[in-house]
Design a protein around this ligand. Structure first.
Ligand SMILES: [Zn+2]
Length: 112
């Protein structure tokens, strides 16, 4: 399962930072793109299971979904691509180019 692998890599990154700072992590924020979406609930569940018995036990994970960016070929507008209304936010042209998807990132960790 995709989320399990994600949870494990996030966990090991947090554990490493916690050891370096000698602090207990209480929450973390991660962000991901739209083409490779993470199911928040499944990820939280996988993380909880992976974190059991580690310094990360009881931590809270927050997942932020970053919208895809698109650039209009007619007017040059840069807008958030919406799969339900795929058109330029400025001129409504459907001739646009979709930018790269946001990678999965560990944005910040909050320590006690
Ligand atoms: Zn446009």
């Amino acid at each position: 399962m995709h989320e399990t692998m994600v949870a494990e890599s996030i966990l090991s990154a947090i554990v490493a930072q916690a050891a370096e700072l000698n602090a207990k992590p209480i929450s973390a924020k991660i962000s991901c793109g739209q083409l490779n979406p993470i199911n928040d609930e499944v990820l939280n569940f996988a993380f909880e299971a992976a974190a059991r018995g580690t310094v990360c036990e009881q931590m809270k994970l927050e997942v932020v979904h970053i919208p895809l960016k698109a650039t209009c070929k007619r007017c040059g507008e840069n807008f958030d691509f919406d799969i339900y209304s795929p058109a330029c936010a400025n001129c409504e042209s459907e001739d646009f180019e979709i930018g790269p998807d946001a990678p999965l990132l560990l944005e910040e960790i909050e320590f006690k």
